[in-house]
Design a binder for this molecule. Sequence first.
Ligand SMILES: Cc1ncc(COP(=O)(O)O)c(C=O)c1O
Length: 490
Amino acid sequence: MFSGTTGIQHEEALIFEREHHNASSIQLPGVEAELSSELLAFQRQKSAHIPNLSEPETVRHFVRMSQWNHGIETGFYPLGSCTMKHNPRINEQIARLDGFAHIHPEQADESVQGTLQIMHQLSQDLGEISGFAHVSLQPAAGAHGELTGLMMIRACMDERKQTQRRVVLVPDSAHGTNPASAALCGMRTIEIPSASNGRIDLEILATYLNDEVAAFMITNPNTTGMFESDIQRICDMVHEAGALVYGDGANLNALVGMARPGDMGIDCLHINVHKTFATPHGGGGPGAGPIAVNDTLAAFLPVPRIIKTEDEHYHLQYEATQSIGSMLGSMGQVGVLLRASAYIAAFGRDKLHMIAQDAVLNANYVLSRLKDHYDVPFAGLCKHECLLTDAKQQEYGIKTLDIAKYLIDLGMHPMTVYFPLIVQGAMLIEPTETESKQTLDDFCDAMIDIARMAKEEPEPLHQAPQKPIRTRLDEVQAARKPVLVWPEEA
Ligand SMILES: Cc1ncc(COP(=O)(O)O)c(C=O)c1O
């Protein structure tokens, strides 16, 4: 199955390929209850293909697979815009306490007072950190927060009887989830070109603002790592045009404890707590994307809302006439939210600024060490991530992809490549505040050596990676003839 397109070196990569037929770790109980006719209609007609493997074989299989992976606990992980920071162990210990780990989303409020209290406190902390008076913890990820915020903006426009406002303006540097969330919300996206310095150009923005615009989405610092220093003027312009400003808070790590998006004039912001407040979130989850809003949007927040009564009791309130409804069951991804609470408490509410300061310092340290070896598309200090390109290496036939793949052979996760899309051959490096100077130096030394190799001995860069289980993929074949289903089902 894998030959040719994937570069895999070993057979039996899937558990199905390891099975044999005289061992099984699975004993499914028979069904004792009488099934209703509705349930019987869904009964499987063919038995499920569950691989026949003993428990030790199954355990070895998954442990072996985990060793093929690179995670933040294996090595440096400077994936730009993803904030892959160390997740303190105390977060895990707290999230696994019996009283949290074994509660059910539908449990009576009275029996989960402690969890409700912590969630209420977290809402207040996030509001204080971001500069907003109201927070819902419900969204399950940043993208889900975007959808929630845009649904609220849409509801607000409807309430203002401005149902023609269905356009969302999105800068061309934005993360792909921004236009996707707008589309999912039934809005039309218009892309705004960035200025030559990678930032929003006020004159260009002005030409797009009209009475069809419901929202302008802005990421600050933006995905080039640069701070949008005109943010207050931008918010004023959008408000004067009758629209609202949606803040993509994925890059809050650059600002936390130092500046608050709510104070800049933004109306609503999602917070990727799995980034800024640490949770191991590689591979698509788990996450949480609480949404914070000002008074303009408060009425539309999702339900349930966590209410604190005068006698210090907490309950979930489901009635709210203008609410957009529920975005997820109960309070949200409580396991992730608990980790965020633990992170904030353990770090110290009054010390959170050290996160942003060190994250920005680390990114600028990397930038200053690499700027003479790689092209830097936008001059000046960066925020929590720095942007380079492969323009100097292209001269020798070496591309961003070759550089990224070679880092894998050196035991480092590559930076984000070819994003933001507005920069050719982009390499977006986010070291985060949790890395030591030694790690940053090892990475910079490796990158400087790669720049030398590009000139003097480029072949290993073309051939990389050689060390991991998967060598370089044949991207052309993978794009033209993708294998998307397990052959048995094909
Ligand atoms: C700038 C930006 N916006 C939005 C998102 C979406 O967040 P999530 O992956 O939590 O859905 C990301 C994720 O990387 C991002 O970098």
